[in-house]
Design a protein around this ligand. Structure first.
Ligand SMILES: NC(=O)c1ccc[n+]([C@@H]2O[C@H](COP(=O)([O-])OP(=O)(O)OC[C@H]3O[C@@H](n4cnc5c(N)ncnc54)[C@H](OP(=O)(O)O)[C@@H]3O)[C@@H](O)[C@H]2O)c1
Length: 325
């Protein structure tokens, strides 16, 4: 089969569409013939040599895909050849075929196109596990989503609204109209405005009950300042660095918490548990049309370098998909 590989770490042109060995399904795995794969920020880091795949994962990038099951491996029950699926992957989605642990498969939700389904697994699993499970967001609360126009952000805004929260988001101003369409109650231009002041102003001083953060160090102090009493800050990205000082007194008086998680490195059993939670709690919202895949663009997989340039520029809103065949 062919796959996008990274013979030498580097810029977008380091991505090469070449012949590689076909995947063999191990016990508990199926093979999916890939129809589309989502581009994630982490793929850019992997291409640059900063984010090696975890042990056992394919070398080539791709953290999610959609497609059709073509082989059922040993010890797999409940799935059939020919079934349309999407899947959370530890790697290898930028390829014609990929072996997937059955616990990381999801059916394509009713009403969602097979290609667009590739936009869902990574964001649905990341956002649900961090906002609902770690952040314990409840109806009536306020959720602040940083990077509202990202793949993660566009999903988090919709999920927060569907769960009955008031959603605030940060983004550059060009992305504000789209975020309002997705249900954000207030959008903050983080380049021009102080998001802490804005959050306090629009919540009448209450603050955000949950903050979903992708910046890390550069936002840590301000995120804690924006939290409500009893608030939960969940860090999932380190685009603003990994080391910062924190005034624990500010956390203490607010009885607030800071959590940080990553999905890719979790053991298989934990990923499978998150995928089950997404299927039970998020898929009904997708099928009801309350949460939809937000796809900025589809590009043929041979244009993967262009897709990486687009994501690097941050000019996209939602997900960029690579299509195969
Ligand atoms: N921990 C996990 O398990 C996990 C899983 C998936 C993703 N992530 C992380 O989640 C983040 C989003 O991933 P993605 O693939 O959805 O990314 P993406 O679509 O490439 O988006 C990146 C976003 O960062 C925003 N941004 C840049 N500087 C900002 C700032 N100072 N304040 C607010 N927003 C800013 C950009 O928004 P503007 O264009 O508005 O500037 C852009 O929308 C990444 O950091 C990624 O590593 C973590």
């Amino acid at each position: 089969m062919r796959a996008i590989t990274v013979p030498q770490p580097g810029g977008p042109d380091a991505l090469a569409w070449v012949e590689v060995p076909d995947p063999e399904p191990g016990p508990g795995e199926v093979v999916v013939d890939v129809r589309a794969s989502g581009v994630n920020r982490a793929d850019l880091l992997q291409r640059q040599g900063h984010y090696p795949p975890p042990p056992g994962a394919p070398d080539h990038p791709g953290l999610e895909c959609s497609g059709v099951i073509s082989v059922i491996g040993p010890e797999v029950t409940g799935w059939a050849v020919g079934q349309q699926v999407c899947a959370l992957l530890a790697g290898g989605g930028y390829a014609e075929r990929v072996a997937v642990p059955a616990g990381q498969l999801l059916p394509v939700p009713a009403g969602v196109d097979l290609v667009d389904a590739a936009a869902l697994p990574e964001v649905a699993c990341t956002v649900w596990s961090n906002v609902v499970r770690e952040g314990r967001l409840r109806s009536g609360e306020t959720l602040l989503v940083h990077g509202g126009g990202s793949g993660i952000g566009t999903f988090a805004v919709q999920l927060g609204v569907a769960l009955g929260a008031t959603v605030l988001a940060t983004a550059r101003s060009a992305k504000h109209p789209r975020l309002r369409e997705l249900g954000a109650a207030h959008v903050i231009d983080y380049r021009e405005q102080d998001f802490v002041e804005e959050v306090r102003r629009v919540t009448d001083g209450h603050g955000a009950d949950v903050v979903l953060d992708i910046m890390g160090a550069s936002y840590l102090g301000r995120n804690v300042a924006a939290l409500a009493t009893g608030g939960r800050l969940v860090v999932i990205g380190l685009q603003g660095g990994r080391k910062a000082e924190l005034d624990l007194g500010a956390l203490l008086t607010k009885r607030a918490s800071v959590t940080a998680t990553t999905l890719r490195a979790r053991p298989l059993a934990e990923k499978a548990e998150i995928v089950r939670g997404v299927r039970d709690e998020v898929w009904p919202l997708v099928e009801a049309g309350e949460v939809r895949p937000v796809v900025d663009r589809r590009l043929p997989i041979t244009e993967a370098p262009q897709a990486h340039r687009l994501v690097e520029s941050n000019d996209h809103v939602g997900k960029v998909l690579l299509t195969i065949g």
